[in-house]
Ligand binder design. Sequence first.
Ligand code: DGL
Length: 273
Amino acid sequence: MKSPIGIFDSGYGGLTVLKSIREKLPNYDYIYLGDNARAPYGTRSFEVVYQYTLEAVKYLFSLDCQLIVLACNTASAKALRTIQQNDLPNLFPERRVLGVLRPTTEEIGNYSKSDYVGVLGTSGTVRSNSYVIEIEKFFPSVKVTQQSCPMWVPLVENNSFLEKGGQYFIEKYIDEILTKQPAIDTLILACTHYPLLKESILKYVPSGVKVVDQGSLVAEKLNDYLQRHSTLETKLSKNNDLTILTTEKAEKFDQHLNLFYNNLVKSSTVSLH
Ligand code: DGL
């Protein structure tokens, strides 16, 4: 029987995390689910993000995923805790759902020399204050400045970030956060869509400022997690399989997928309810 690892995002962004996870842990089977039909999540209320994320989690459980990574900061910030504490015990107490916030906040202080860190995220992630609260736990001396970048996910989902208007919004949010706090020396791309904009982002970030994306941090922590949870790990199937699912049209998703898999992988459309 197959017991893949489920990777979930509102859209294409989680593909950046999937890529790093598969580089680190290539033998496992994976199912990626992008809820592109309802993206972006970043501007939606707590209740809606929770409801959509729970639907996705239940769907991945119905495909026998034993372990799910919410490769989405908005879902990790707004839905993960409730799912872990309230839903999982009733649904499948022995299965696990993990997020991307913890792997990032546990490490980020080690990147900064000035102790000033900037968080670039969706409005939902920024409003949840989760990064500020979590970083404070691991690195009490680090001062966090946040910036919501509401145009960035639509720019990725619509593939329009290279256009003049797209570049304007990329520069704008970088300028805003660095004006709020010029001592920042480390910027977290706290949305899994943003690494897809990284080349453009780097054009507007001064050379002394590090830009950290989450993929490798999440992959590293997942590897540790699997080593520490051998009962769960032995249930996972290892055939090097990859299935990609989207709630939007598959042809549309495949255009983004080609950036990662060069036409070798195709997606299928599913409905979550
Ligand atoms: N990739 C999601 C995140 O990391 C995007 C959120 C959205 O759909 O707005 O937050």
